[in-house]
Write a protein that binds this ligand. Sequence first.
Ligand code: COA
Length: 171
Amino acid sequence: MSVELIHVSSPGDIAVVERLAQEIWSQHFTPIIGASQVEYMLGKFQSAEAISSQINSGWEYYLAMVDNEAVGYAGLVPDISNKRLMLSKIYVRNTARGTGVGKSILDFVERKCSLEGINTLWLTVNRFNDGPISWYQKCGFVTVDEVKKDIGGGYFMDDYIMEKKINTRCL
Ligand SMILES: CC(C)(COP(=O)(O)OP(=O)(O)OC[C@H]1O[C@@H](n2cnc3c(N)ncnc32)[C@H](O)[C@@H]1OP(=O)(O)O)[C@@H](O)C(=O)NCCC(=O)NCCS
């Protein structure tokens, strides 16, 4: 199966990310953090307006396409001067999981890190998000810390911090 990663920049692509986030987050996170926190976080972090503003401040979003259909997305926060990149978002529609889409996204991100001299890829993951935590471990991430972040509205993100060292080719 071939997965194509496309850089998100147009309002149309941003709207596709927003729709995917609504579908995937509602389905996946409601049992973990509850419907009201999911709705709050979608509005705050994954509305078209929020995504546009993140892109304007240097974030990069990519859509994962299979047969011209968007089946997942990634959101990256590069910190070039510190040679670090945050994998802020990696989400695959449940109908496409287990078919290599997530791995294709991660391979793409790791290649990008390697080419840009970034030696540390890191992320935060809800400490009760068991499946993805074991997926990250299988993919070479290790837990380095934990963080509880107040995101307003009476809600908190209760996360592990995981990271993976990347071999760089052009330091
Ligand atoms: C985590 C996620 C991105 C992984 O993407 P995916 O497309 O399902 O994963 P892939 O099909 O690329 O998995 C590739 C490999 O990981 C293995 N794998 C899949 N799920 C796994 C799991 N929960 N634990 C360990 N290994 C797993 C597969 O068997 C496959 O192994 P192989 O290469 O040896 O055959 C996806 O499942 C997802 O979006 N989950 C829900 C949303 C979420 O919580 N995202 C992370 C937010 S922090």
